[in-house]
Design a protein around this ligand. Structure first.
Ligand code: FE2
Ligand code: FE2
Length: 480
């Protein structure tokens, strides 16, 4: 009897060392404009690690890239100290890296991060950083040294996770823009590894940083380069070889999507939210080689070590740090204290311009704030199709609250407005009307955003409810 094997997986920890910033406008504004918590990234990672250490039934932990936020050496040193803490406690730690983990000063590797900086009270100053070529050796103790096979050129490797289960950690050779994926030689290595595992009677799981399936169709359409470079090729390989699961990160969107090819062969991409997102979670995965199942769950933080969130949940506390949550939380100030609203959203909204056109902007935002869901339903010409109860609900629900609720679910997944809800009917109807308008007037700028064969209404569905596998947090995958 082969015993089950379990592991934890964290991705996009975007660790920022306390040595790389001081309190002040430069770093505060840098964080506000982002969608993840940067200042508290050490506390968040430590909180997850504490949970992992408290669980003596699971001895393996995976990190799948963007481990640090901007490739600086201080963050790498602090991050690696956390890995050492895990291994000192008897955990096996497997790491791959991604584009945030290195810099390239002269644009070599086409990396978008040219150099790393330290944030002072008034600006930034240069700080030592990691080169891509040095990452492999720096993290060799966390994967490559335990591996049964290593592909040095890409930094990828395969480990024996447990009885009857292997894991291929694919460092996707990312250069940040034009190529994130294995080159020809790497693909040949991976194919051989998959066949090797099968020949030994083992299941094999894959993990890489960039998604193989986009969280939304519009994402693939607009930023194809943000996907795993050879995603079509890898999809084909997984289908042909019967590899059922790939774990990914990068988009920071918690989502589980299934790909089925023309012959009905399939796999799932289990993409995990950034650990430092307000709704950050880690995955807990158990592979049972006897049953041939891979069970995946998701674990959030209910507190952050050393941080008093007051009467707020961890989500509400962290959500208010970055742009979407900050705008939502500051919005009531539009009516009561417009200048404070601009202060609260400085670094996100163009405060100067908005202040200049205050006489126009303030009433406009006030108008938007007053709209009810019924406005969207009437605009979408679905008002008459609603029941009396739905009409009542639409008249009582603020449109902006629905929009904010959708924004809250962009990263955590499991969007709430299923096709039976009045929110769905109203917004889907409104999007469909926009489709007709765009079509009639041939508005090219919008048409360009719509994938071939799709529509605004169909794209809206991605953000209204879970039209993926039904649950972005949990799934049991049949590996057989
Ligand atoms: Fe990331
Ligand atoms: Fe990334």
């Amino acid at each position: 009897m082969k015993q089950p094997t379990s592991f934890y997986l964290l991705t996009d920890t975007h660790f920022v060392s306390k040595q790389t910033w001081v309190e002040g406008k430069p770093f505060t504004m840098r964080e506000r404009g982002d969608q993840i918590a940067l200042k508290l990234s050490p506390e968040i990672l430590d909180s997850f690690i504490e949970m992992i250490l408290a669980d003596d039934t699971i001895d393996t932990v995976l990190f799948t890239g963007d481990n640090v936020n901007s490739g600086d050496m201080a963050s790498h040193a602090d991050f690696r100290a956390r890995l050492e803490k895990l291994t000192a406690a008897g955990k096996k730690v497997y790491v791959i890296c991604a584009t945030h983990d290195y810099c390239s000063p002269n644009g070599e590797d086409e990396c978008f991060q040219h150099d790393a900086v330290r944030y002072t009270e008034t600006g930034v100053e240069p700080t030592p950083f990691m080169y891509r070529r040095d990452l492999f050796d720096y993290y060799a103790d966390y994967g490559p040294k335990q591996a049964i096979s290593v592909h040095k050129e890409s930094g990828s490797y395969v480990v024996q996770l447990g009885e009857g289960v292997r894991l291929a950690m694919i460092d996707d050779n990312g250069n940040g823009r034009s190529h994130c994926g294995l080159f020809e030689d790497g693909v040949a290595w991976l194919t051989a590894q998959i066949r090797d595992a099968k020949a030994a009677g083992d299941y094999i799981l894959l993990a890489t940083h960039h998604p193989v399936i986009a969280p939304w169709e519009v994402f693939r359409h607009m930023v194809d380069y943000e996907l795993y470079g050879g995603y079509r090729e890898l999809s084909k390989l997984m289908c042909e070889e019967g590899v059922r699961v790939v774990f990914t990160g990068h988009t920071h969107v918690q989502n589980i999507r299934k790909y089925t090819d023309e012959e009905g062969r399939w796999f799932v991409d289990v993409a995990t939210i950034a650990a430092v997102n307000a709704a950050g979670k880690m995955r807990r995965v158990t592979v049972d080689p006897e049953k041939g199942t891979c069970s995946i769950e998701s674990i959030p933080l209910d507190s952050i070590l050393g941080v008093d969130t007051g009467d707020k949940s961890v989500f509400d506390y962290l959500y208010g740090i970055n742009f979407a949550g900050r705008i939502e939380q500051a919005f009531p100030l539009v009516k009561t204290d417009f200048d404070r609203f601009l202060d609260e959203t400085d670094g996100i909204l163009p405060a100067e311009k908005l202040r200049k056109y205050k006489a126009l902007v303030k009433p406009l935002l006030g108008f938007v704030a007053k709209r009810k869901l019924s406005f969207a339903a009437k605009f979408g010409k679905v008002w008459k199709t609603l029941t009396d109860e739905e009409k009542k609900e639409a008249k009582e629900t603020k449109l902006l609250d629905v929009v904010f609720e959708i924004c809250r679910h962009i990263y955590p997944g499991n969007a709430p407005f299923t096709p039976d809800t009045v929110e769905y009917k109203a917004l889907h109807g409104a999007a469909a009307r926009l489709d007709r308008f765009v079509e009639k007037h041939q508005i090219e700028k919008v048409q360009k955003l719509i994938p071939p064969g799709s529509s605004l209404a169909e794209m809206a569905e991605d953000f209204l409810y879970n039209n993926r596998t039904g649950d972005d947090d949990t799934i049991v995958v049949d590996l057989k």
